[in-house]
Design a protein around this ligand. Structure first.
Ligand code: SF4
Length: 372
């Protein structure tokens, strides 16, 4: 498996919790960016991509015809891609958009809903209405998009167990194919960080956040969604192949400002400076990037970290074959510690997080990455 990620960094407004590479939408900059992106796409060496993912930013901040043009360019460059995903902001969707995306090859939509509670949507700085989301899902279904996913956030200041339950039930009532549920992270340098410094009590502590996460797991599982990764839940046949490739430590190419790639054992990240990106792409120079070769223990530790995020965990024989490492032997102290504390379990040829371990995934995964 291998994937292509395309970053479209413009947004109609900037949300106060976000630390992605993004800029407020300006038509001239957005057009200039597409030209630079085309230059990068055309200069990219052949890559047998099975998935393409348009993320952001807000991809549908671009008008429909520009996105269709971009999708055609990507399809010509990566003709083997069978899953093509696009993130959309519900408030920007116009009649006919999804039919046009579908005709241009899109198979999967990820809709940035975050919450079905108007006050929480407002707290997050988003501007769509709850009614808009229902309309957008209906349009996606009419356009015969194969998989419809909603992005949800928990641990929003002011959120309660009751309001999170209403959001989960509203998502389920729309009968979508896939839900992603992420705990809110307060990122350095964002307005949310300043808010938390002023008013720490407004934010969730770990125990309260874990309570809402547990609710997501129970509610979505009971509604027929399989938790196939820590934050991702899918009806059968609707797992996101693009993200599965990341967790399988597969290769991918990132195109656009701030985009990350993993190829030939090297992980690299493009500059997050829009000016630098535009200048390099325009002049046909390599995009300034930071790169790191992942080898030996480092490569194996990262692979364990990614695999443990998934429901199936680490396949021991496959892992040994691919990385030359016997997980049970070479990482014995880490495996034993977390097995004894009930966070990891061995089932046949796999090692995976237990139900309790899922709640402490960062601690467990981090220990494999830092183990020397
Ligand atoms: S959260 Fe999404 S829409 Fe909001 S600023 Fe970040 S990238 Fe843009």
């Amino acid at each position: 498996m291998s994937g292509v990620y395309v970053h479209l960094p413009f947004c109609p407004y900037l949300c106060p919790y976000c630390d992605f590479a993004k800029w407020p939408l300006r038509a001239s900059a957005a057009n200039e960016y597409l030209e630079a992106l085309y230059a990068e796409i055309d200069g990219e060496s052949t890559f047998p991509a099975r998935t393409v993912y348009l993320g952001g930013g807000t991809p549908n901040a671009y008008e429909r015809r520009r996105l269709v043009e971009l999708l055609a360019r990507l399809r010509a460059r990566f003709p083997g891609a069978s899953e093509v995903s696009i993130e959309v902001n519900p408030e920007l969707v116009c009649d006919g958009d999804f039919a046009a995306y579908r005709a241009a090859g899109v198979t999967r939509l990820s809709i940035g809903v975050q919450s079905f509670e108007p006050s929480e949507i407002q707290t997050l700085g988003r501007k769509h209405s709850v009614e808009q989301v229902g309309g957008v899902v209906a349009q996606a279904r009419d356009a015969a998009i194969d998989s419809i996913s909603l992005d949800l956030i928990f641990a929003i200041p002011g959120q309660t167990a009751a309001s999170w339950s209403r959001t989960l039930e509203a998502a389920i009532a729309l009968d979508v194919d896939h839900c992603s549920a992420y705990g809110l992270t307060v990122e350095a340098g964002t307005p949310y960080e300043a808010w938390r410094a002023r008013e720490p009590a407004a934010f969730f502590d770990d125990a309260r956040e874990a309570e809402l996460y547990g609710m997501a797991i129970e509610t979505l599982r009971a509604a027929g969604y399989e938790q196939y990764e820590i934050s991702n839940f899918a009806r059968p046949g609707h797992r996101c192949a693009h993200n599965l490739n990341y967790w399988a430590n597969g290769e991918y190419v990132g195109l656009g400002v701030g985009a990350a790639s993993y190829r030939d054992g090297v992980r690299s990240v493009h500059t997050r400076s829009l000016e630098e990106y535009l200048a390099a792409a325009r002049e046909g120079r390599p995009i300034p990037s930071e790169a790191e070769r992942l080898e030996g223990r480092k490569r194996a530790g990262e692979a364990v970290m990614l695999a443990l995020r998934t429901a199936q965990g680490v396949g021991l024989s496959e892992f040994k074959e691919r990385y030359g490492i016997d997980l049970l032997k070479d990482y014995a102290p880490v495996v034993t510690r977390f097995a004894q504390t009930g966070l990891l379990e061995r089932i046949g040829d796999t090692v995976r997080l237990t139900r309790r371990g899922i709640f402490l995934a960062n601690d467990v995964c981090g220990a494999f990455v830092t183990f020397e």
